[in-house]
Design a binder for this molecule. Structure first.
Ligand code: GAR
Length: 217
């Protein structure tokens, strides 16, 4: 049986992309990473994808007059590559409402915060500024409004005294690499269904106990 074809969209180093490529290299994983697409020719992730024998495409946003023409070019590449699902993995570019509506339910994003807190950029700095005790990451379906779409999966990490944006970001990133492949599996297996703008997951197995920070002894 052929597996659904996934495009991973990147703009930079591509560590989340690599977590998806590595997951998909397991025979039991339900998708094929068909192509990695970058809007930046210099993105480091392109070389990492090529080293993993994944086809790459560059759609340099600077070559397009506006968002609509960039998104049309992107859509054409996705059609050309016969893509079924799209994963945004550090893809730092806003997509048009038309494009996101077309791919609704088939396009997911990873964000380095527990949405709906800390949408946008510099999430770790802002979490430290606010003094939150728990931070994390979110995988969600993409909708026209940035960082707002239905939430599929989240991981929480403690914020430790003395954390810097770098130490906290590294703790979050390690969990991004866990939940992105897991969420993509749920979506592509049809186990994370959209119902009335929310995600319903068909089963919750082995739920962990609550995370309380600092621990309540
Ligand atoms: C990741 O932390 C990802 O969550 C974030 O960019 C980083 C990309 O790293 N994405 C966003 O901030 C999107 N709003 P990576 O290229 O190593 O995966």
């Amino acid at each position: 049986m052929t597996k659904p074809r996934v495009a991973v969209l990147i703009s930079g180093r591509g560590s989340n992309m690599m977590s998806l490529i590595e997951a998909a290299s397991e025979p039991g994983y339900p998708v094929e990473i068909a192509v990695v697409i970058s809007n930046r020719p210099e993105a480091h992730g392109l070389a990492r994808a090529q080293a993993a024998n994944i086809p790459t495409r560059i759609i340099d946003h600077k070559a397009y007059a506006d968002r609509a023409s960039f998104d049309a070019a992107l859509d054409a590449v996705l059609a050309d590559e016969q893509v079924d699902f799209v994963c945004l993995a550090g893809f730092m570019r806003l997509l048009t409402a038309e494009f996101t509506r077309k791919w609704y339910g088939r396009m997911i994003n990873i964000h380095p915060a527990l949405l709906p807190s800390f949408k946008g950029l510099h999430t770790h700095e802002r979490a430290l500024e606010e003094g939150v005790r728990i931070h994390g990451c979110t995988v969600h379906f993409v909708t026209p409004e940035m960082d707002v779409g239905p939430i599929i999966m989240q991981a929480a990490v403690p914020v430790l005294d003395g954390d810097t944006p770098e130490t906290l970001g590294a703790r979050v990133l390690a969990q991004e690499h866990v939940i992105y492949p897991a969420a993509l599996r749920l979506v592509t297996e049809g186990r994370a269904a959209l119902r009335d703008g929310r995600v319903v997951v068909d089963e919750f197995e082995l739920m962990p106990p609550a995370l309380v920070v600092p621990p309540a002894f």
